[in-house]
Ligand binder design. Structure first.
Ligand code: PGA
Length: 250
């Protein structure tokens, strides 16, 4: 069975009420991993606060070199020191606002796969690309470039399908559309890594996930969890999402 993830991407925000998240995470089934992604500057503080709970911590980005003259960048060694088990790579805000391209994301992914940290690679089409029915073409290209040349540790990869038009807009993909893209992504993974490995890689959905729509999204066969932005910023709300996933998992 594939691991199920409920991940909260806090972006450039802090979350005060993390008690409900800690509490519910200690009660969920073993197949579920709850992860929060605070800003870099607060990884240490949240790492201490979350100690003793089952909530894992991750970073929102990382650079591909270990150290050196890279002003403003962060090495995997630093996030590892703060207890990060996960890192988000290629989020659409990094791609679109900070001009990260697939080649750079691929270098980051390869670096991270040589460490004990697990990457969550984000892919997804923009609104105009979907309206031209190009979503599969776009996602296929992103996967090909980002994952090309990877030779080992494939199983550590987690994919997040995040259609850009659904991020922070309140317009989530329908469960049908999400399933269609997730099964397409799994097919691409099987071309790249073989069928067996593609069946082991978790594919999360992200884009306006709430405590109300998570049940229907998670019901789909190839949706193995969610990457949540806005709705992860309120402890109670995020805890309800975790609880719903837990209850839906047979
Ligand atoms: P959202 O963000 O849930 O606020 O749409 C998701 C994300 O950016 O990962």
């Amino acid at each position: 069975m594939r691991k199920v993830y409920v991940a909260g991407n806090w972006k450039m925000n802090l979350v005060d009420d993390i008690e409900p998240i800690k509490k519910i995470s200690n009660e969920v089934k073993n197949d579920i991993e709850v992860i929060v992604f605070p800003p870099f500057t607060h990884l240490s503080a949240y790492s201490s606060t979350l100690k003793g709970s089952k909530v894992k911590i991750g970073a929102q980005n990382v650079f591909y070199e270990d150290k050196g003259a890279y002003t403003g960048e962060i090495s995997y060694k630093f996030i590892e020191e703060f207890g990060c088990d996960y890192v988000i790579l290629g989020h659409s805000e990094r791609r679109n606002l900070f001009k990260e391209d697939d080649q750079m994301i691929s270098l980051k992914l390869k670096k991270i796969l040589s460490t004990n940290i697990k990457p969550i690679l984000c892919v997804g089409e923009k609104e105009d690309e979907r309206s031209l029915n190009k979503q599969k073409f776009v996602v296929e290209n992103q996967l090909k470039i980002c994952l090309g040349g990877i030779e080992n540790n494939f199983k550590n990869i987690i994919i997040a399908y995040e259609p850009v038009w659904a991020i922070g807009t309140g317009k989530n993909a329908t469960p049908f559309d999400a399933q269609e893209m997730h099964s397409f992504i799994r097919e691409q993974l099987s071309f790249l890594f073989g069928k067996n490995i593609s069946c082991e890689i978790s594919i999360l959905y992200g884009g306006s996930v709430t405590d109300e729509n998570v049940k229907d999204l998670f019901r789909e066969d190839d949706v193995d969890g969610v990457l949540v932005g806005g709705a992860s910023l309120k402890g109670e709300k995020f805890a309800r999402i975790i609880e719903t996933v837990n209850k839906s998992l047979i």
